[in-house]
Design a protein around this ligand. Structure first.
Ligand SMILES: *[C@@H]1O[C@H](CO)[C@@H](O)[C@H](O)[C@H]1NC(C)=O
Ligand SMILES: *[C@@H]1O[C@H](CO)[C@@H](O)[C@H](O)[C@H]1NC(C)=O
Length: 402
């Protein structure tokens, strides 16, 4: 799961599988009419899950819960938790159910900052006192039953968080990443258990993160590669016409300006960084991309004249740094998607964009290589016939006219 390639494959598979999954969690009606005497129930439309509860009318200060959700597959997991620390994933005290080799199980999972940073989520002690926890698993439909024992004076208003994922490592009960995110606008709900009033909780900096992600994807992730493709593919077929150069510059400059905006948003997010979960990798690759892109812009201004002696070396340098930057950009966009955990359609959309760009590049590589071979054959022939038509420029490298 560490290489972007592997991730692309996984995400595409997730999408394919998701289309085959219909939400089939136990409905509120079923939960409310069960013999567990739940008195309230709330549906989470985003994931087709239901949360039912009953506040015990005695001195125990206990609340019985049932959370019923649908995992992406029968070998996946369904989880539900309460975050006493406030909004967000870090600090969540979660109960997660799945099918083990011996039957349905449910374990307690404390979601720490380290988990958000990439450590696997394994069972541990919770700060909340859940008792009588059990799970019923029927295919991908999983229902968690539990009783939360409150201390006197505990709030009856709580943030609850849900998620479900595709994989469980049955050797240590570690659950794989959630496929429907525990983030985004709707994955945390504030609920008043007494009145059954629920409201969606805005996660900290979520809008800023979304904007940073979107602008980065468009600027670094789309315009920059398009600009590189313009230079590589328009140039050989445009002869001495410098149009390719202006197209290249237009894409690269727009991409860079927007990229600087997203970089500034990234810096702001870094300063606001909450919970100690610093995404070092994403940040460091981001710094490298910004530095290399700035270097490319400066190099453009300092480029030697087309017929200068050093132009050849400048070209090699410019191309190497350019391609390296594009590779870093793609890696970092997947890093960012991992952190942001947007809905799968966003990741799929970016994978499709990459596939289209890759497909166009492949076709254009074949076209320009074919042209180059033809041109060379023609030149050789002309050469053999003593023609003076030499040095009309190779299709592969084009001509430096600007
Ligand atoms: C709680 O139980 C008492 C005694 O059985 C009853 O009088 C009261 O109406 C109950 N309250 C609720 C909210 O059900
Ligand atoms: C949890 O709640 C149960 C039932 O009220 C109680 O018996 C137990 O002592 C509590 N455990 C802790 C650690 O508070």
């Amino acid at each position: 799961m560490d290489s972007p390639g592997a991730r692309i494959v996984v995400f595409v598979c997730v999408m394919v599988a998701l289309f085959g999954v219909a939400f089939s969690a136990q409905s509120c009606n079923v939960l409310l009419t069960s013999n567990r005497q739940f008195t309230a129930c709330q549906t989470i439309p985003e994931v087709g899950a239901n949360l039912a509860w009953r506040i015990r009318n005695d001195s125990s200060n206990a609340i019985d819960f049932a959370y019923s959700g649908t995992a992406p597959s029968a070998s996946g997991w369904v989880g539900w938790g309460i975050n006493p620390a406030g909004a967000g994933m870090v600090g969540t005290q979660a109960l997660i159910a799945f099918q083990s080799t011996t039957g349905a199980v449910v374990y307690q999972y404390p979601v720490t900052g380290a988990v958000k940073g990439g450590q696997s989520l394994i069972p541990g002690d919770l700060t909340l006192n859940f008792t009588d926890t059990s799970a019923v698993v029927s295919g991908a439909e999983m229902t968690i039953f539990s009783t939360l024992n409150l201390k006197a004076g505990d709030s009856m208003s709580m943030q609850y968080v849900w998620g479900q994922g595709r994989t469980v490592d049955l050797t240590n009960n570690a659950v794989g990443p959630h496929s429907i995110p525990i983030s985004g606008d709707a994955a945390v709900t504030n609920i008043d258990l007494l009145t059954a009033q629920a409201s969606t909780v805005e996660l900290p900096n979520q809008k800023l993160k979304n904007n940073h992600g979107l602008i980065s994807a468009v600027s670094w992730g789309l315009l920059m590669p398009l600009g590189v493709m313009a230079a590589r593919y328009l140039r050989p077929i445009s002869g001495s016409n410098p149009a390719w150069f202006y197209t290249h510059i237009a894409f690269q400059c727009t991409g860079y300006v927007l990229g600087v905006v997203s970089w500034a948003l990234g810096l702001k997010l870094h300063n606001l960084n909450e919970g100690g979960a610093v995404p070092y990798k994403h940040r460091n690759i981001g710094i490298s991309i910004f530095a290399l892109a700035t270097l490319q812009v400066l190099a453009l201004l300092l480029r030697p004249k087309p017929d200068a002696k050093y132009r050849k070396y400048w070209n090699i340098y410019h191309h190497t740094v350019g391609y390296a930057t594009i590779i870093l950009i793609i890696i970092n966009i997947f890093e960012g998607l991992d952190l942001l955990q947007p809905e799968d359609k966003w990741t799929t959309a970016y994978v499709i964009v990459l596939c289209v760009l890759g497909g166009i590049s492949l076709i254009m590589e074949i076209v320009i290589w074919t042209l180059w071979v033809k041109q060379r054959t023609k030149n050789n022939k002309d050469g053999m016939h003593g023609s003076q038509m030499k040095g009309t420029g190779s299709y592969r490298t084009g001509q430096d006219v600007v």
